[in-house]
Structure formats: structure tokens, C-alpha cells
Design a protein around this ligand. Structure first.
Ligand SMILES: NC(=O)c1ccc[n+]([C@@H]2O[C@H](COP(=O)([O-])OP(=O)(O)OC[C@H]3O[C@@H](n4cnc5c(N)ncnc54)[C@H](OP(=O)(O)O)[C@@H]3O)[C@@H](O)[C@H]2O)c1
Length: 318
């Protein structure tokens, strides 16, 4: 069942990094009937309100980009909040989607659901084969539950309604750009931008800069999500990795972002600080074999993100 140009599509979390990219991409592809609700208008943890919304609006497709997301430090500081909010949102929305006959719902897992010591690149079948990273285990547990829920609903109700995607780390417009609350990409943008503006001669970064990470532009994940729905008949009842297949060292990333923000000072690596895992690269060949591929090189995505950052007085969200 393909999404028609006038199909009613609910993008949950449309003010966020991924949700805003979904709205842009859906509009760009000509979908005209997009429904959104802000967090204050509709708390997706509120079962009664959510059921009423689904009953009244009758969305045919749902992209569930609403959730409590954050960096490792936030996940480690507020584990109960990350666990509770994500479980509550996904449980409420999944139940409503099932009850009110949504055709397809796309859910987003996270690469932190994979075992801490996964071989690289990480294949889908490594899921639940080993212990996960302790610092993000509460958040990861909620995401594991979400991925398993997609499979369980599909199996029990004999549908292919729920689609679970596991994108690697996203970056793009509408992200949070603060040193404390952001993923490394946006936090570095903030650090170098501020350093240039204040004439700082040196920026000190944690670790050796050697760990390698995979970053994917938010709009590529949005395109992959729309593609997944359009090819739902070909999907197995299993989660799919969504990545670029290319990783980059934190040192290389810092150099790229410093150049983009025109920071001309030194970068010093504080090697007394921990590095974290040396690599986190997804094997996305299963999804790529369906015919989708990411189109944004990191240099281009960085340029687009920085342009947005400057246009929005260095990022409004904290
Ligand atoms: N960012 C990544 O690298 C990444 C990677 C893999 C998977 N994911 C997953 O992708 C999804 C989106 O991530 P993101 O980075 O786009 O997050 P984000 O930028 O923090 O956006 C989250 C969105 O959800 C909304 N929201 C949060 N709680 C809500 C609630 N109770 N009711 C209604 N709306 C609520 C937020 O609104 P307010 O801001 O107004 O609260 C915001 O619009 C999450 O499930 C995340 O786990 C993200």
C-alpha cells in the first residue's frame, strides 16, 4: 500500500531534528496532508488524548519521531526519565495506531540497542546477542522494547503495520546546539562557533580524537523512512539499519567543523579523558539492497546544518 499524495500523515515530534526533516521531505515529495501536533498541544504519553486524536484525525500513516532523545551524559543523568517517557510515548501511540487502523507506522530505534562489543560494522542480527553500554542502558532498554513491540504487533495482528528502523547518529537543522545537551556533531559546532566569536586561541576536546563514528544527515533518514513505507510489502518483520556506510574519526570531524565555522585556533586533545567505543558503524546493506541510498555527503550536510544554525541565531533549542 503506497502513500498517496493526499494520504493523511501524522509526523509526531515535528519540531525535532528528525521530525522537522520528515516534514520538509514529505512536502518536497508532494505529500499535502501532513498533520502535526506540538508537545504542549498533545502529550503523546496521555493515552486518552492520543486516542481521541487518532479517532478524530484518522491518520493513515505515522512517523513516530517524538521521544526523549539526548547524548550519553543526559541518558546517564536522567535514566528513569528516558526510560519512562520513551516507553510511555511508544506504548500509547502503538496501541492507538493498532486500534484505529493506521496503515503503517515508522518507529526509530537506536544504535545503542546493539551489544557494546559488537563486531563492526554492526549487522541487524547482532541485536540482543550481548550486554549493552551501561551509560545508556535505560534509554536503550526503551528502544529495545520499541523494536520488539513492532515485531510483536505485526506477528500477533498479522500485519506489516509497524516498521522499525535503526538510524545511526543524526545531525541536521533543528538539532539542539549546546555543549551539555547535544550529540558530538552539534556540540562541536557550538564549541567552535563560540570560540571563534570570543577569539579563543585553543579548544580542548576530550579523548584522543581517534574513535570513529557514523553520522547521517536527518533528511537522508527522512527519505529512508518514506522509502520504507513505500516498499513496506518488501520488508521482513525485522528492524533495518539506516546509515551511510562511512565513518569518520572525531578528529576528522572536529577539523571539518572548525573549518566550516572558520575557527582558526588550536585544537588540543585531552587524552586523560575517556574515548568511548573505538567504532560504531552500522551495516546497512539489508536496507540498501531494497534500492535506497543516502545522498548527502558529510561536507554538504555540515554546510546545510551550519547555514541553518546561523539563520537561527546559533540554534534556538537547548
Ligand atoms: N538524534 C539521533 O541521533 C537519533 C538516532 C537514532 C534514533 N533516534 C530517535 O529518533 C527519534 C527522534 O529523535 P530526534 O533526535 O529528532 O529528537 P528531538 O530532536 O529531541 O525531537 C523529539 C521531538 O519529540 C517531541 N516530544 C518529546 N516528548 C513528547 C511528548 N511526550 N509528546 C509529544 N511530543 C514529544 C519533542 O517536542 P519538544 O521538543 O517540544 O519536547 C520533539 O519535537 C527519537 O525516538 C530518537 O530516539 C534519534
Amino acid at each position: 500500500m503506497k502513500i498517496l499524495k493526499n494520504s493523511k500523515i501524522f509526523v509526531a515530534g515535528h519540531t525535532g531534528l528528525l521530525g522537522s526533516a520528515l516534514v520538509r521531505k514529505l512536502k518536497e515529495q508532494g505529500f499535502q496532508n501532513i498533520v502535526t501536533r506540538g508537545h504542549k498541544e498533545l502529550d503523546l504519553k496521555d493515552r486518552l488524548a492520543v486516542n481521541l486524536f487518532f479517532e478524530e484525525e484518522g491518520p493513515e500513516y505515522v512517523f513516530l519521531a517524538a521521544g526523549k532523545a539526548g547524548n550519553i551524559s543526559l541518558c546517564a543523568t536522567f535514566p528513569a526519565t528516558f526510560l519512562h517517557e520513551n516507553i510511555a510515548i511508544q506504548d500509547t501511540v502503538f496501541e492507538a495506531a493498532n486500534q484505529f487502523g493506521v496503515k503503517h507506522l515508522v518507529y526509530y530505534g537506536s544504535s545503542c540497542t546493539y551489544p557494546k562489543h559488537s563486531p563492526q560494522p554492526i549487522r541487524e542480527e547482532y541485536f540482543l546477542t550481548g550486554g549493552i553500554e551501561e551509560t545508556s542502558e535505560a534509554y536503550a532498554s526503551a528502544k529495545i522494547a520499541g523494536i520488539l513491540a513492532c515485531k510483536a504487533y505485526n506477528r500477533q495482528y498479522r500485519t506489516n503495520r509497524f516498521i522499525a528502523l535503526i538510524p545511526n547518529t543524526l545531525y541536521g537543522p533543528n538539532d539542539r546546539f549546546s555543549v551539555e545537551n547535544s550529540h558530538v556533531f552539534s556540540a562541536l559546532m557550538r564549541r567552535f562557533y563560540d570560540a571563534r566569536r570570543s577569539g579563543q586561541k585553543e579548544v580542548v576536546l576530550w579523548g584522543t580524537g581517534n574513535p570513529r563514528r557514523e553520522f547521517i544527515f536527518s533528511e537522508d533518514v527522512a527519505e529512508a523512512s518514506i522509502f520504507a513505507v513505500q516498499h513496506a510489502e518488501e520488508l521482513e518483520n525485522h528492524h533495518y539499519n539506516i546509515g551511510t556506510g562511512v565513518d569518520i574519526s572525531i578528529r576528522e570531524l572536529a577539523t571539518l567543523i572548525a573549518a566550516e565555522t572558520q575557527y582558526g585556533g588550536e585544537i588540543r586533545w585531552d587524552t586523560s579523558r575517556p574515548d568511548g567505543p573505538m567504532q560504531k558503524l552500522l551495516d546497512s546493506s539489508k536496507f540498501l539492497s531494497l534500492g535506497w541510498k543516502p545522498s548527502t555527503l558529510i561536507e554538504k550536510g555540515l554546510e546545510l546544518t551550519y547555514r541553518w544554525f546561523l539563520d537561527h541565531e546559533a540554534g534556538e533549542r537547548k
